[in-house]
Design a protein around this ligand. Structure first.
Ligand code: AKG
Ligand code: FE2
Length: 331
């Protein structure tokens, strides 16, 4: 199986046609210049928790995305996570293929090159690795790299920290809807909520203005907590325009996903986003997707729906939602 990492080594000046996006997608043409707005940055050490809550609600309604700083995850935990992930992608192709996603077995987990079947047969300039990190009963170590040897302990350490942040965010998002603080988490699986780690690896691209890493999409899960490396590339869509998300060292980028939009009955917005690639540098990112258990039914929260506010979304099993989304079947 050919990976983008290998393709990038072969095509030093011009990329294969299947990576050239149509004009209405090319970041060189469609990125807003002299941006008026910026994805909000929220300081979690603010002693005024009401302020934090307000900023999160506001950002989740207007953008469906925000960055958090002073989140208490130690800088070393983040740099270690980045280091072991980079070391994995620097292994030989043969060593990485051991973790290749098994064909057609219904799992997302493993090393691979494309998740969604894209329209027009175009490809994204990115490879990835997926594996669950929480709860322990959902973890399959088959997909966790054995090299570097500290990969496992590093990811287990990060799993602990990211859960702390995940719990807090779900609590604030719940209060922001006027619900009890545990309502959102409980409706989405409680302690069985799944944390799925993905590493995106975007090799240098000779024509970054016409290519995309990950194409425009909304995340189908609840919320996503993302660590980027220092190569800027993430973009968010708002009111018809594409905005660059500024790189801030040690910040986490939070995305509202489809299940959160559905549960909130549309009050929070699942953010449309995509990534640019870089001419000289390798971009990497570590999104963690918080997901409901596969067989859980998700729909607008019963406390948010009444005669005056009818449900705007269907209630359906999360695995059915994922199946429809991946196969482009209307929900
Ligand atoms: O690399 C990024 O910053 C975003 C990646 C992304 O959107 C995804 O993997 O779903
Ligand atoms: Fe995404």
């Amino acid at each position: 199986m050919e990976r983008v990492q290998g393709i990038a080594l072969k095509y030093k000046e011009k990329i294969p046609e299947e990576f050239v996006r149509s004009k209405d997608e090319q970041p060189g043409i469609t990125t807003v210049k002299g941006a008026v707005f910026e994805v909000p940055v929220i300081d979690l050490s603010n002693p005024d928790e009401e302020k934090i809550l307000q900023s999160i609600v506001d950002a989740s309604q207007k953008w469906g995305m925000f960055q958090v700083v002073e989140h208490r995850i130690p800088g070393e935990v983040i740099s270690k996570l980045q280091e072991v992930g980079r070391e994995f992608f620097e292994l030989t192709e043969e060593e990485k293929e051991v973790y290749a996603k098994p064909l057609d077995d219904g799992t997302l987990e493993g090393y691979g090159t494309k998740l969604q079947k894209e329209v027009h047969g175009k490809k994204g300039w990115v490879d990835h690795l997926f594996h669950k990190i929480w709860p322990p009963s959902a973890v399959n170590y088959q997909f966790w790299p054995k090299k570097p040897s500290s990969y496992r302990e590093t990811n287990e350490e990060y799993a602990k920290w990211v859960q702390g942040i995940g719990d807090k965010l779900l609590k604030w998002l719940s209060l922001g809807l006027g619900l009890e603080e545990d309502d959102v988490k409980e409706a989405l699986g409680g302690e069985n909520l799944v944390y799925l780690m993905k590493i995106n690896y975007y090799p240098p691209c000779p024509q970054p203005e016409v290519a995309l890493g990950v194409v425009a999409h909304t995340d189908m899960n609840i919320i996503t907590i993302l660590v980027p490396n220092d190569v800027q590339g993430l973009q968010a869509f708002r009111d018809g325009l594409w905005y660059d998300v500024n790189y801030i060292p040690n910040a986490l980028v939070i995305h509202i996903g489809d299940q959160m939009e559905i549960l909130s009955n549309g009050r929070y917005k699942s953010v449309l986003h995509r990534t640019r690639v870089n001419k000289e540098k390798t971009r990497m990112s570590w999104p963690v997707f918080l997901e409901p258990p596969a067989d859980l039914q998700v729909g607008p929260h019963t406390k948010l729906v009444n005669k005056n506010n009818p449900a705007k979304y269907k209630t359906k099993k999360y695995s059915d939602y994922v199946y429809c989304k991946l196969n482009k079947i209307p929900q």
